[in-house]
Design a protein around this ligand. Structure first.
Ligand code: DWN
Ligand code: SAH
Ligand code: ZN
Length: 410
């Protein structure tokens, strides 16, 4: 099997380069000044597979460079996401875990934001989380977690020790794993005959419709659609039996997967695939359009920030998201345009943003002296953030957003 830069990780066909972003650093690689001269960069390129239609990165850094004992993203930083994962857990418990001694596995379980609900209900559970520092937060909450990368080999070990699972879950993790065939082979081993895999990830349709190009960064190896996902699972005797759009992270899709023939296929699957055809998800030209939209978005944001600077306005970034690494580096936004980025995560504070080296400051500094404009890097949490920043608005503060288009609000 050929592997690497120019071949599809799902079907091995030659990829078409869709969007070149240039050199990019590790999206969550916050650094100190001492680390500037040894910072790692790679070529960020979005590729389109004309055979199975999987959209993917053409090169991805080694997993150990991204997921390790100093991983900077802690899931429980958003109240809205905490509520979302409680709903997700409740749905799984009611729908799939009613039999005695049920067993649920979650990959990418992070700080236990979802798995805590299974643990608290006394359900047999296991988290697989390779980033040791975030895994430790879950372990400290009494959530059983192993610090490993999930793959086929690990699936076999889990079945030996715990038996097969009724439900296998993953949120914003499946799209992070380049060796998808090993993962899906593992799912096949791990799932009981009537078991389900339920996972959700940012949806390609939303990225295209909203030009949310900042979803494209090192950790996100794949940009799934129902079309490409169906192809992948069918290779392994599994099938997509339901899909449900989710209003989180700027538009996600939840996929329910079962062994072929084990469960009826919902009409939502067929309907969504028809929508994808209409959106042009199988046409290379669609991605040429995306590339142009991304270039326009970059130019509009830079113009706006330069104008504000000329007019002596203070602009501060709000939320040092992984996504902001793509925006700052692709647009060339440094601390001359954005004074600092405010963030609530302690391990990001006092460091500098990857590549662009904008200082990351504690949230208290945003509150202490409101800027004229806040550039909303956490636009996917806009509702939650704008609701809690009424005082900023009352003080005359305005928001800059760039998804779905560059504009000033408030
Ligand atoms: O896929 C992924 C998603 C689930 O989470 C990962 N690859 C990495 C991460 O992406 P992200 O960093 O873009 O996630 P968020 O949730 O958009 O941003 C989180 C950051 O925003 C944290 O550093 C905390 C910060 N934040 C803040 O400072 N104030 C967040 C909120 C809601 C706030 O009010
Ligand atoms: N599920 C959480 C975390 C998403 S961030 C949420 O939605 O908020 C992605 C997580 O996947 C990280 O914590 C990372 O360490 C983990 N991860 C990356 N590769 C993995 C793999 N091969 N197996 C299991 N987890 C993995
Ligand atoms: Zn392919």
């Amino acid at each position: 099997m050929k592997n690497g830069d120019n071949y599809c990780r799902v079907c091995n066909a030659e990829l078409k380069l869709a969007v070149p972003f240039g050199k990019m650093p590790i999206a969550n690689g916050y650094l100190t000044k001492d680390d500037f001269d040894k910072e790692y960069f790679f070529e960020l390129q979005l590729g389109f597979c004309p055979n199975c239609y999987m959209v993917q990165l053409m090169t991805q850094p080694d997993r150990e460079k991204m997921f390790h004992e100093n991983y900077a993203f802690f899931s429980s930083t958003s109240a809205r996401m905490a509520a979302h994962f409680k709903e997700f857990a409740d749905l799984v418990i009611k729908g799939y875990l009613q039999s005695a001694n049920s067993f649920v596995v979650e990959i990418g379980s992070n700080d236990g934001i979802m798995l805590q609900h299974f643990a608290n209900s006394g359900i047999r559970h296991l988290g697989i989380e390779p980033s040791a520092n975030v895994a430790q937060v879950a372990i400290d909450k009494g959530i059983r977690t192993i610090t490993r990368f999930f793959d086929e080999q690990l699936a076999g070990e889990i079945v030996e020790e715990y038996g097969q699972a009724n439900a296998f879950l993953g949120a914003n993790v499946m799209c992070h794993i380049p060796y998808l065939h090993s993962v899906v082979a593992g799912v096949n081993i791990l799932l009981k005959p009537e078991g389900v895999l339920i996972f959700e990830d940012p949806y390609l349709g939303d990225i295209l419709e909203k030009t949310s190009y900042d979803q494209i960064y090192d950790e996100h190896a794949f940009y799934f659609s129902v079309t490409s996902t169906s192809y992948l699972f069918e290779q392994h005797g599994l099938e997509v039996v339901d899909v449900q759009p989710q209003n989180v992270h700027g538009g996600s899709m939840r996929y329910v997967i079962a062994h072929q023939g084990a469960r009826p296929v919902s009409i939502a699957v067929v309907a969504q695939r028809a929508k994808e055809d209409a959106l042009g998800l199988r046409n290379a030209e669609t991605f040429e359009g995306l590339r142009k939209n991304i270039e326009h978005s970059r130019d509009a944001l830079l113009n706006l920030l330069r104008n504000l600077k000329q007019n002596g306005k203070r602009v501060v970034g709000y939320a040092a998201t992984s996504k902001s690494t793509t925006v700052t580096n692709y647009c060339g936004i440094t601390s001359d345009l954005v004074e600092f980025i405010s963030d609530t995560t302690p391990i990001k504070q006092g460091k500098y943003s990857p590549g662009a080296h904008i200082p990351i400051r504690p949230y208290a500094e945003f509150q202490a002296r409101y800027p004229d404009y806040a550039l909303l890097f956490g636009w996917n949490h806009a509702e939650e953030i704008i609701a809690k920043e009424q005082q900023f608005k009352a003080a005359g503060g305005k928001w800059i957003v760039y998804v779905p288009k560059v504009q000033v609000v408030g």
